[in-house]
Design a protein around this ligand. Sequence first.
Ligand SMILES: [Fe+2]
Length: 306
Amino acid sequence: MNGITELGYMRLGVSSLSRWKEYATEILGLEWCDEGEPRRAYLRMDSWHHRFILEEDGSDDLNALGLRVAGVEEFAEMDRRLTAAGVRHEIGSRELAVDRHVLDIMTLDDPSGNPIEIFHGPHVQYGKPFHPGRRMYGSFATGTAGMGHCLIRNSGFDATYKFYTMLGMRGGIQYRTARPDGSTGEFLFFQCNDRQHTLGFGVGVEKRMNHVMIEAKSFDDLAFTYNLVKTRQIPIGIDLGRHANDHLYSFYIANPSGWMMEYAWGSRPALAQSEYYDSDVYGHEHQDAVIDEQWHVRGAARNAAE
Ligand SMILES: [Fe+2]
């Protein structure tokens, strides 16, 4: 089934562009791009015009996921599919598409109220190669696997599964883990390309966004960044470890908006068949001092940037 092909970009609401500039360039190694628009900046990871649009609106949360479809025909087919399913959506104006640097765009909400922008035709600048915000050994793993993955709010797995399956993604439960109180925690993940998962859903969270994962191509960048995080005393939410589902070796750090960035290396491709796990491979110890039961890092906005 045609449908979503990748997580192309995301719009994030932030309280402070200047704190994000320092964090994104000096800690994560992303490229900062300021085109003189009021209260807006872009972050680049590759040759795309942007992978993140930062909007200084004080929300410190996800403003929208940019989900890509292949082209004109697939965009029209998605419009028909959403209409047939009775899902409210709106085809964006040319002005909105220009604003997002895409050819066509439609806007809608998922069943949990997460805003989505389905688009085709991103603005790709091969004449402006990625220039990392600080020294890197390699670059970020994007390509046909999209910009990375994120874990976002959900208000129920059944509605979430039905919605994202309708968008053409494949999904299922990948973790069933025992909680300290004896209950079972479940996590639902979706894939739409070679990346093992592009969207994840776990606990219901107060913010829309739990974390965004970006993947370095070089192990040295993972180790270098971990060292940098320790030196700069950026709060670690979940320490180094390896996930059972995507095999990413990663750690989670606070960002200036109080949720987490997962910095990762070493993913395996998406599997053709479903599996589930009762734990990660190793590591990924939660750092209780800075992380609450909703997996959000408290006090991170100040600690991360000062
Ligand atoms: Fe993750």
